[in-house]
Design a binder for this molecule. Structure first.
Ligand code: CP
Ligand code: NVA
Length: 312
């Protein structure tokens, strides 16, 4: 079923319904098939996209630039070193100027308030390419990857292990409960998701039938997992927390022994990347046949193209 998402921003998956997410995943599969078949289109011809980056990026930047550029669009990369965003010029003023020149804006940075202000003041669709709180375009690629491997999301069990408070865990949790994918967060108490987010996710899970669980117990948490997912222990902007995080998370490394605890030999390993091998994941697991990290990375591009196609 087609949905009209024209003009919509994606700041968090909270504002997208399960049906709208399913529609975006369908469209992602379509654009992926086209790309694989060498069917080149020019659906963004004459359109412009501002790519605002306060933090570094490989996948997100390249996914937006290639998805938009190969269809005839003109992406413009603007790092904090290039523009005045929040420095000499307010976010509101920057948003109003960019909205007069660009058809859409992508923002990656620190404060989630910034991406909200960009959406409020620019008058064009704004895509959140990661803030301290959420990483919704990552979650879209992750859901597509799980669906490709298992055929469907409903009834499968995804376990996120590690820093359960971070942006990737938050978006994955929202995306999972919306789509009926069971979600378990395995993290030490100090790094478990905020109560407010969990209460939101519990409400959604109640409607979709997804199971949602948070635990510090690795053995109980990973049992029966179809997917074990992890992310870096120290996110961008948290560098001073290095020692504290290593102390808290050392026993939460995804290694062969943890993969075996699922009790399934079909369990896959996922990571949004970049990975710090031998911190959150062992070299052995990320390089194993169970690892789907490169498919996930590729799917960033297809899901981002689908998102732009649907909203522009
Ligand atoms: N997964 C992800 O967002 O990667 P980048 O930081 O390279 O964009
Ligand atoms: N949680 C990580 C994700 C990187 C894609 C970070 O924010 O640095």
């Amino acid at each position: 079923m087609a949905f009209n998402l024209k003009g919509r921003s994606l700041l968090t998956l909270k504002t997208f319904s399960a049906e709208e997410i399913a529609f975006l995943l369908d469209l992602s599969r379509q654009v992926k098939r086209e790309r694989r078949a060498g069917n080149r289109q020019q659906r963004f011809l004459g359109l412009t996209l501002a790519l605002l980056f306060e933090k570094r990026s490989t996948r997100t930047r390249c996914a937006f630039e290639t998805a938009f550029g190969e269809e005839g669009g003109h992406p413009v990369f603007l790092s904090s070193a290039d523009i005045q965003l929040g420095a000499k010029e307010s976010i509101e003023d920057t948003a109003r100027v960019l909205g007069r020149m660009f058809d859409a804006i992508q923002f990656r940075g620190f404060s989630h308030d910034t991406v909200e202000k960009l959406a409020e003041y620019s008058g064009v669709p704004v895509y959140n390419g990661l803030t301290d709180r959420f990483h919704p375009t990552q979650a879209l690629a992750d859901l597509l990857t799980v669906e490709e491997v298992f055929g469907s999301l409903r009834g499968r069990k995804l376990v996120f292990v590690g820093d359960g408070r971070n942006n990737v865990a938050a978006s994955l949790c929202i995306g999972s409960v919306k789509t009926g994918l069971d979600c378990t967060i395995v993290a030490p108490q100090q790094l478990q998701p905020a109560a407010e987010l969990m209460s939101y996710c519990h409400d959604i899970a109640g409607q979709s039938g997804a199971r949602l669980e948070v635990t510090a117990d690795i053995t109980a948490g990973v049992k029966g997992a179809d997917v074990i997912y992890t992310d870096v222990w120290i996110s961008m902007g948290e560098e001073e927390k290095q020692k504290e995080r290593l102390d808290l998370l050392r026993s939460y490394q995804v290694d062969g022994a943890m993969m075996a605890k699922t009790g399934k030999d079909s369990t896959i390993f996922m990571h949004c990347l970049p990975a710090v091998k031998s911190n959150e994941v062992s070299f052995e697991v990320i390089e194993s046949a169970a690892s789907r990290v490169w498919d996930q990375a590729e799917n960033r591009k297809h899901t981002i193209k689908a998102l732009i196609l649907a909203t522009l």
